[in-house]
Design a protein around this ligand. Structure first.
Ligand SMILES: NC(=O)c1ccc[n+]([C@@H]2O[C@H](COP(=O)([O-])OP(=O)(O)OC[C@H]3O[C@@H](n4cnc5c(N)ncnc54)[C@H](O)[C@@H]3O)[C@@H](O)[C@H]2O)c1
Length: 324
């Protein structure tokens, strides 16, 4: 990896995916894994005895060999850890949500720009080959004019008590919708419901209105009998659906729509077409993109600006949840 030595901070449920992926891609260039819990040491050693496990992030800060850090600790710790790492001159990939508020995300973004460091956020779906395929279709005009998009992200658990479902699940959906529309919403409204933990929404419905009469909604819940991760994109020529939780035909194109003929709506109907997309792991693509951006001074697809735009939409939705 041309001497880019890497560290992963936070080796919990998701962080271990980063560790395994980084070791698979970069081998011994993954020099450190850091976690405040002793329990993680054995999990890291099971990946490779050669990775140095530490509980002290200062070991990473002081090791000038290490130039890139992936942070996968709980969201409330992201800001302080990412700030320290940027100040120490490291390039940083931080999990979503980048911080708990956009003010902090602005600070990180400024720090990265001032110090000429890469700051990237783990908006994983922006690296999913199916999402990239949809983006290609949208940008090539194959769907026609975008009309509306919706995303359902539903499952039973994992229940979090420190953040609501909106902050836990919806960063992904917001990042994808804003990426597909290539804009931020003019209006954001949201409603939610609390059943399990006081003041923590278990389900939310967020409406986004973009310019040019493009609309979107996001329905997220961790109190749902089955897993559904469904994204539907409607254009005036064609429509697409990506459903990651079904075994086959995950990405479909529907050459369907309604044409107005002599002032009357006429249905254009046909069967769906299954669309092939790359089988690469999104997390591998995300990490490879991070390293490519470092090596070639490129702006990441999910850069600090992208992270801020997603957080600002989350904040606008959260304000609406409190009102309603
Ligand atoms: N991109 C995705 O698809 C995706 C999926 C799941 C989780 N995530 C995000 O990844 C992050 C971690 O989630 P998780 O489910 O792995 O959480 P987790 O609670 O399972 O793991 C967090 C780990 O961080 C460690 N930790 C806490 N504070 C620390 C500190 N100051 N220094 C070092 N280690 C510390 C904990 O001991 C724990 O092992 C969260 O931000 C979450 O939103 C992203």
């Amino acid at each position: 990896m041309d001497n880019i030595k890497l560290a992963v901070i936070g080796c919990g449920k998701w962080g271990m995916n980063h560790v395994k992926t980084a070791y698979k891609l970069f081998g011994e260039d993954l020099k450190y894994c850091c976690d405040s819990s002793d329990d993680s040491a054995a999990k890291v050693k099971a990946v490779s005895e050669k990775i140095i496990f530490t509980k002290d992030p200062n070991d990473i800060i002081t090791d000038t060999d290490v130039t890139a850090v992936i942070i996968s600790t709980p969201a409330e710790t992201h800001f302080e850890i990412a700030k320290k790492m940027l100040l120490a001159g490291k390039h940083v990939l931080v999990e979503k949500p980048i911080t708990l508020n956009s003010e902090d995300a602005h600070i990180l973004n400024e720090l990265a720009l001032e110090n000429d460091r890469i700051l990237m956020v783990g908006h994983l779906l922006l690296f999913h080959p199916a999402i990239l395929k949809i983006k290609e279709f949208v940008d090539e005009g194959k769907l026609g004019k975008l009309q509306y998009i919706y995303s359902n992200r539903l499952n039973l658990g994992t229940i979090r008590t420190e953040e609501n479902i909106l902050w836990s699940f919806a960063p992904h959906d917001i990042s994808v919708i804003q990426y597909l529309v290539n804009d931020i919403p003019e209006e954001v409204t949201a409603t939610g419901a609390v059943f399990l933990t006081s003041e923590i929404q278990d389900t939310t419905l967020t409406n986004l209105k973009f310019k040019d009469n493009i609309h979107a909604h996001i329905f997220v819940s961790w109190l749902h009998p089955f897993k559904e991760q469904r994204l539907v994109v409607i254009g005036d020529k064609s429509m697409m659906m990506f459903e990651d939780s079904i075994p086959t035909d995950k990405l479909k194109l529907y050459r369907k729509g309604i044409d107005m003929v002599n002032g009357l709506p006429v249905k254009r109907d046909s069967d769906f077409e299954s669309i092939e997309f790359g089988k690469e792991s999104p997390l591998e693509l995300e990490q490879l993109h991070f390293i490519d951006c470092i090596k070639n001074s490129k702006t990441p697809r999910a850069d600090g600006r992208n992270a801020i735009e997603v957080l600002e939409t989350l904040e606008r939705a959260q304000t609406e949840l409190i009102k309603n």
